[in-house]
Write a protein that binds this ligand. Structure first.
Ligand code: PLP
Length: 468
């Protein structure tokens, strides 16, 4: 009785990324009401600078638009509905985007399309750039939500660009080329590449070399490039953030066809910590894309009141300047706190400079270096340790043992507790492994009789023959 879309599985809801959230919801940690509950470390939410927004709102009680003193008034806001968006808000948003990029590039509000979060922006762009069955290439590991946002309703396909830990998961020319060839083998028409810069889940920003590689690649193959820059304001240490728009500008490509093939996705969910407000945007240099996406934005508009409120917050330049500096400072401190605690527990992370999470290498805790081993470890960490972290397999990582651990959605005290839980788990796992190794060794006779060697060479020869 229902449509194929309503009943199909391609939403990705059954990924361990979302299952972890469900487990957390059943037993959420609370310092007083549920001290043994699961701590949510699988949610890329930024609560660190929240007090700055709260105090701005306290100081600007008319900003909501509901009081008699507001510039707009309830009636104007309640009646205003135009899918081109409130001009004052679009201007304030593009200025904020430039500010994050240290005003090295400017954005034209006419090229901006407002959407209900980056989720809607990414899907809308897919609808504009790909037909069902067309493919986009994405570097792995990637944000698990992309399976839903890019594929589910559009019918587009994702082909992974496999990145590896051997070079810190950097994008290489050969990885791009391999993914392109792979798509061709699958008879998929490649329409573009989508990257997140800074990366979710890696917590690293793309290097100039990678950005130039991407521009050369899409230009030589005549593809689109979507740069999801939702974490651009979270870069807390060097190397800094370079927007794809800056690369186009530096290469004098702004007025060329290549520029028209490049589209930016943005949102205030991470940089301003407002995922509940659903404020997203597409920025495109192609007027046809802007026009089509604007029409499509009817299906996911931002409420007029939200636009009105945010236009005032973002127009307060003193506030945005202080907010961006303070946000970076707090994220840096948190990131250091997490890294130090993990290091103390003997766990290393990928060197990160951005984002609300660290990309953590837990290979040494795996019982087997497989994705099955990774799932076993993940279940132990969720149910026994009481931490919901996201396994690399849910981000399509090609190597088992990596996990994304979020650090900005909780209090300092909760992070300390989470690290205590993890440290005692690591200690007991390492102790158990050493103990079983010791037991195995102590069971072995000190000097082996000759027949053991002949038996072992017999076994090896047989194994090779069987291809084991
Ligand atoms: C890379 C990336 N893109 C898009 C989104 C969706 O963001 P929004 O809440 O603005 O829809 C997220 C959320 O985690 C994300 O990490």
């Amino acid at each position: 009785m229902l449509s194929a879309m309503a009943t199909c599985n391609s939403h990705g809801q059954d990924s361990s990324y979302f299952l972890g959230w469900e487990e957390y919801e059943k037993n959420p940690y609370h310092p007083i009401n549920n001290p043994n509950g699961i701590i949510q470390m699988g949610l890329a939410e930024n609560q660190l600078p929240f007090d700055l927004l709260e105090s701005w709102l306290n100081n600007n009680p008319n900003a909501s638009g509901f009081t008699a003193q507001s510039n707009f008034g309830f009636k104007e806001i309640a009646l205003f509905q135009d899918y081109h968006g409130l001009p004052a808000f679009k201007k304030a948003l593009v200025d904020f985007m430039s500010e994050i990029r240290e005003n090295k590039v400017t954005f034209n509000p006419n090229n901006l399309v407002l959407t209900a979060g980056a989720t809607s922006a990414n899907e809308t762009l897919m609808f504009c750039l790909a037909d069902p069955g067309d493919a986009f290439l994405l570097p792995t590991p990637y944000y698990p939500g992309f399976d839903r946002d890019l594929k589910w309703r559009t019918g587009a396909e994702i082909v992974p660009i496999h990145c590896s830990s051997s070079n810190g998961f950097r994008i290489t020319e050969s990885a791009l080329e391999d993914a392109y060839q792979q798509a061709q083998k699958q008879n998929l028409k490649v329409k573009g590449v989508l990257v997140t810069n800074p990366s979710n889940p890696l917590g690293t920003s793309l290097s100039m070399h990678e950005l130039e590689l991407l521009v050369n690649f899409i230009s030589s193959k005549n593809l689109h490039l979507i740069s999801d820059e939702i974490y651009s304001g979270t870069v807390f240490t060097s190397p800094g953030f370079v927007s794809i728009m800056e690369v186009l500008k530096n290469k004098n490509l702004m007025n060329t066809d290549v520029a028209k093939q490049v589209h930016i996705v943005y949102s205030l969910s991470k940089d301003l910590g407002l995922p509940g407000f659903r404020i997203g945007a597409i920025y495109s240099n192609d007027d046809i894309v802007v026009s089509a996406a604007t029409k499509m934005s009817s299906f996911g508009l931002i409420s007029s009141q939200t636009q009105y409120l945010l236009s005032q917050i973002l127009s307060d330049k003193k506030f945005t300047k202080n907010y961006l500096t303070e946000n970076r400072k707090r994220l840096k401190q948190r990131h250091e706190m997490l890294e130090k605690a993990l290091q103390k527990a003997g766990i290393r992370c990928l060197k990160g400079n951005a984002g609300l999470f660290s990309w953590v290498d837990m290979k040494r805790l795996l019982s087997a270096q497989t994705f099955k081993g990774e799932m076993e470890l993940w279940k132990k960490i969720v149910y026994e340790v009481g931490l919901n972290i996201s396994p690399g397999s849910s981000c399509h990582c090609s190597e088992p043992g990596w996990f994304r651990v979020c650090f900005a959605n909780m209090s300092k005290e909760t992070l300390v507790l989470a690290m205590q839980r993890l440290t005692s788990f690591v200690d007991s796992t390492v102790k158990k492994t050493n103990q079983s190794r010791h037991n195995r060794n102590s069971r072995k006779p000190k000097s082996l009789p000759k027949w053991v060697f002949s038996l072992s060479s017999f076994t090896t020869a047989r194994s090779v023959k069987n291809g084991a």
